[in-house]
Design a binder for this molecule. Structure first.
Ligand code: ARG
Length: 457
């Protein structure tokens, strides 16, 4: 049918290209269940406030139950002539229950309706993501616990810096994903407000009860200003910013896994089920999933920039530009959920090569700082100690040896302050064990951090 609920004042039907260009139902049908949920709460409120008769509310409930069943069974006949999810459902409702269906839109506009649907949808997705993040954090804690004492080089500038434990390194990511969690929880509070009642923009002259609708839909409260209620999409921007940051964290760990899997490092092996081969080079095992995690970060950033740009030039209040909020948001949610889940599974299938990690530590003078600190404890000012150790490294390098491989007399030659006890400070075990404060890399500190994290999770 070409008749549109808004076409009464028009002299010709919508141009065919314009119709396709304007329609959002191909993608916003994803909001269907939330659209129905919102309509039901609205209709019940209209009934309670005496705006429509109780009989209409019952008819609307009956019709919506049928529509919900059709949607869930995949037999709802979506049509682009009916433009979007809202008009598709409303038209079907009227087919099913007659005049009651035509009364549903009293004291409402698609402007407050779509904002409500988006908020209901995003709230549910945030809750799902919080569950996925929790599973990932739990997985990280489990692996960090197994490797609380596994030694590896810590890097700055991708050059060996100081010994750390692999558990400590993983716990850095635990912190990042915990902050991502906090950001989503915080964003959820602002998503969780009801726009309905704003109607098109100015509110409505019917004696509505917005608080009761908010309560029924589980919103924390109502949007305080009707203009803001239909114009605002900053809840979506905020979510996308949080999602982008989380993708950044995923991308960084993905990059490290790729690097560590390279045989020059050989620190880890990714399970075969998360790798792919080459159609020409028979020997290849490539970390495609990790690369895709890194690569897909770009599209989530793209969604954030798209949403910011969609919003920036709009005069108040609602403009059709806002229909462009959906695809970026849907895509970002799907992408983030997938990469977080995949990362959790991939970490579960990780094989850690502790020998290779340990061996990499003997190649970069990782305990040079420990030797300097040793001299400081014996009374040398730090800057002088730095100088002495730099010379020791230079000498060791020329001899092709690690600091710990130098003999006691060789070490003593660098400074009269070097005593017989020096060797135990030059081992990576001694180095990490001495960093036992909160936030340090000592196995004891890592285990304490894990215990604290578990009690908060
Ligand atoms: N499909 C529209 C959207 O996504 C629904 C709101 C339409 N409102 C309007 N006044 N044309 O934003």
């Amino acid at each position: 049918d070409t008749h549109k609920p808004w076409s009464g004042r028009f002299g010709e039907p919508l141009d065919r290209l314009a119709q396709r260009f304007n329609a959002s139902v191909t993608f916003d049908q994803r909001l269907a269940e939330h659209d129905i949920e919102g309509s039901l709460a609205h209709a019940r409120m209209l009934g309670r406030c005496g705006i429509i008769p109780a009989k209409d509310v019952a008819d609307i409930e009956r019709g919506m139950a049928e529509i919900l069943a059709e949607v869930r069974a995949g037999r709802f006949a979506w049509s682009i002539e009916r433009e979007d999810v809202h008009l598709n459902i409303e038209s079907r409702l009227t087919e099913l229950v007659g005049d009651a269906g035509k009364r549903l839109h009293t004291a409402r506009s698609r402007n407050d309706q779509v904002a409500t649907d988006m908020r209901l949808w995003l709230r549910a997705e945030i809750d799902g993501l919080l569950g996925v993040l929790k599973a990932l954090r739990t997985r990280i804690l489990d692996i960090a616990e197994q490797h609380a004492a596994t030694l590896m080089p810590g890097y700055t500038h991708l050059q060996v810096a100081q010994p750390v434990t692999f558990g400590h390194h993983l716990m850095a990511y635990y912190e990042m994903f915990s902050r991502d969690t906090e950001r989503l929880v915080d964003c959820r509070r602002r998503v969780n407000r009801l726009p309905l009642g704003a109607s098109a923009l100015a509110g409505t002259s019917y004696p509505i009860d917005r608080e009761s609708v908010a309560k029924e839909l589980g919103f924390e409260g109502v949007c305080e200003n009707s203009l803001d209620a239909v114009a605002d999409r900053d809840f979506a921007v905020e979510f996308l910013a949080a999602a982008s940051l989380s993708m950044t964290h995923v991308s960084r760990i993905a990059e490290e896994l790729i690097l560590w899997m390279n045989p020059r490092f050989g620190f880890v092996k990714l399970a075969d089920r998360f790798c792919t081969g080459s159609s020409i080079m028979p020997q290849k095992k490539n970390p495609d999933m990790a690369e895709l995690m890194r690569g897909k970060t770009g599209r989530v950033y793209g969604s954030l920039v798209a949403m910011l740009t969609v919003t920036k030039g709009q005069p108040l209040t609602y403009n059709k530009d806002n229909q462009e909020d959906k695809e970026p948001l849907f895509d970002a949610v799907d992408t983030l959920r997938d990469v977080l889940s995949l990362l959790t599974e991939m970490l579960g299938g990780l094989t850690v090569n502790a020998e290779r990690m340990r061996a990499a530590l003997s190649e970069g003078y990782a305990t040079a700082t420990d030797l300097a600190d040793y001299l400081v404890r014996k009374g040398l000012p730090f800057r002088d100690a730095h100088e002495v150790v730099a010379k020791a490294v230079k000498t060791a390098e020329a001899a092709g040896k690690d600091l710990a491989e130098l003999s006691l007399p060789e070490l003593k030659a660098f400074s009269p302050l070097v005593g017989d006890d020096v060797l135990k400070f030059l081992t990576p075990e001694g180095s990490v064990a001495s960093r036992s404060h909160i936030g340090g890399t000592a196995p004891t500190a890592v285990r304490a951090a894990i215990a604290r994290a578990r009690s908060r999770l």
